[in-house]
Design a protein around this ligand. Structure first.
Ligand SMILES: Nc1ncnc2c1ncn2[C@@H]1O[C@H](COP(=O)(O)OP(=O)(O)OP(=O)(O)O)[C@@H](O)[C@H]1O
Length: 245
């Protein structure tokens, strides 16, 4: 089943087109990576799904339901976003427990303490982290809290915007492994934006390559690994990666 189906998605800012008729399907339980050069429109696709832009055109369906331009509580609950910079996405004076309680209050969910302890354990943090403030956490721990805050609502889909790029290289693999095991355990669907071919090779089943606001190509992980690519934009990404390797 298609968990996310995007058809003919277009968006302009002040008359300047940024997305041009993007078509994209993410299957239930799949990890789909969006690659592409800077400014190609990857994050804008995620933001349309997350309800941060309301003036897109086209059709978006999630779990078979058409998304409207209005953000509903049910939509937020089923589809959560995790950002690149965990420091920026956590309030500096809110403890971990406060950050995790907020979405539960908004969605009027009970068993707050039990849910917080369970989700902290799921992301590999002990309940002793409840009272910590963001500056008392390492970068990797902060990203674990950001993932916990997304997971506490038990969503079906995570929209991941460069979830490891702000982290030290040594911590990136830990967070990628965590995301992989959470997907397997909870049957989550991921749509992930990244610049990093290593990240997609590790986590993603299929990869879409964006170029100038269009989806240039969709590949399996094996096709990408074998260099079986058609679109010039994909070839340019592989060449750039080979040059820096
Ligand atoms: N709020 C906005 N107002 C005007 N233009 C915007 C806005 N958000 C994005 N853009 C433009 O849309 C285009 C696509 O941006 P987007 O952030 O989606 O690219 P990206 O592929 O995610 O890039 P990066 O990898 O650098 O994050 C860019 O040209 C950007 O300048």
């Amino acid at each position: 089943m298609a968990m996310i189906q995007i058809q003919d998605l277009s968006l302009s800012f002040a008359g300047v087109p940024v997305l041009h008729g993007v078509n994209l399907t993410v299957r239930e339980g799949e990890a789909f990576g969006l690659l592409g050069e800077s400014g190609s429109g990857k994050t804008t696709v995620l933001r349309c799904l997350a309800g941060q832009y309301h003036h897109w055109r086209g059709q978006i369906q999630v779990a078979g339901e058409a998304l409207t331009h209005r953000l509903t509580l049910a939509r937020c609950r089923h589809m959560q976003m995790v950002f690149q910079d965990p420091y920026g996405s956590l309030h500096p004076r809110h403890s971990v427990a406060t950050a995790l309680t907020e979405p539960l209050h908004i969605h009027r969910l009970g068993d707050v303490d039990g849910r917080i302890d369970r989700v902290l354990t799921q992301v590999g943090l002990s309940p002793a982290f409840r009272e910590r403030l963001p500056h008392q956490l390492s970068g990797g721990q902060r990203q674990r809290v950001a993932i916990a805050r997304a997971l506490i609502l038990e969503p079906r889909v995570l929209l991941l915007d460069e979830p490891t790029s702000a982290l030290d290289v040594s911590v990136q693999a830990e967070i990628l492994n965590l995301l992989a095991s959470l997907r397997e355990r909870h049957g989550l669907t991921y749509l992930m934006v990244t610049h990093d071919l290593g990240v997609v090779a590790h986590l993603c089943d299929r990869i879409g390559v964006m170029a100038a606001g269009r989806l240039a190509e969709v590949l399996s992980r094996d096709q990408l690994r074998a260099g079986q690519v058609q679109a010039p934009a994909t070839r340019a990404l592989l060449d750039a990666c080979a040059e820096t390797a």
